[in-house]
Design a protein around this ligand. Structure first.
Ligand code: AP5
Length: 219
């Protein structure tokens, strides 16, 4: 059982690497962004509130997000969890530690994906994805083999996210530096922090993460 966090700003490549770990190691991806995108489709009052916050680039309340993760973890088993986009605040980090403790599990590694803001703008503005299977693409660095068709599941419903625009990205980055970046110090002092160069090519980043999982105490 290996439970890890992928930590990094919007566009760092967390989702891309999480999918690789699911394919390569059979781990379970827990993306709060995906859970919230699902919740906003519900059309409920809560879904509408979530949609407005996400589109503005702000963070959804700790209460809602921790509730979603708690629900997913209830009775969960598996080769290991990849927390993707969670935790994003110190309160979420404390809650995750407590939730894992109750399940008799603990975090094995927190992998910080280091990137610079200029690269993030280029990544976010070129991103599109498949809503049917979750595959993530990019106009320049990872286009689909056939234009408009998902390589993995053949879907032709490829979409761009409503929050992938310059205005929202500015807010998302500010939220990251104010509320999420302090988690780097938090997990460093807990002895759980590892870092990878998120600016490297996708395969190289995947190799660096694999090395951490294989060579550290989490092997
Ligand atoms: P979320 O869905 O988590 O978005 P995010 O953290 O902003 O991260 P992204 O999905 O934008 O980026 P990523 O790091 O996964 O990069 P990707 O792999 O796609 O959250 C969305 C919103 O939901 C938040 O703003 C907030 O409102 C809310 N929310 C979610 N969780 C929350 C929480 N815990 N608390 C409160 N609110 C929460 O890659 C990006 C692009 O780059 C892709 O096109 C990809 O192909 C390309 N790429 C990836 N890696 C590389 C590489 N190495 N080289 C070149 N290109 C690359």
């Amino acid at each position: 059982m290996t439970d890890i966090i992928l930590l990094g700003p919007p566009g760092a490549g967390k989702g891309t690497q999480a999918r690789r770990l699911v394919e390569d190691r059979g781990m379970v991806q827990l993306s709060t962004g995906d859970m919230l995108r699902e919740a906003r489709k519900s059309g409920t009052e809560m879904g509408r509130k979530v949609a407005a916050v996400m589109d503005s680039g702000g963070l959804v309340t700790d209460e809602i997000v921790i509730g979603l993760i708690e629900e997913k973890l209830r009775g969960a088993t598996g080769a290991g969890f990849i927390f993707d986009g969670f935790p994003r605040t110190l309160a979420q980090a404390d809650a995750l530690g407590a939730l894992l403790g109750r399940l008799g599990r603990r975090l094995d590694a927190v992998i910080e994906m280091r990137v610079d803001d200029a690269a993030l703008v280029a990544r976010i503005s070129g991103r599109y994805s498949c809503p049917d299977c979750g595959a993530v693409y990019h106009d320049e660095t990872r286009p689909t083999r056939v234009a408009g068709k998902c390589d993995d599941c053949g879907s032709e419903n490829l979409v761009r996210r409503a929050d992938d625009n310059a205005e929202s990205l500015k807010t998302r980055l500010m939220e990251y530096y104010k509320k999420t970046a302090p988690l780097i110090g938090y997990y460093y002092h807990a002895g759980d922090l590892f870092s990878v160069d998120g600016l490297a090519a996708i395969d190289e980043v995947a190799g660096a993460i694999a090395n951490i999982l294989d060579q550290s105490r989490v092997a």
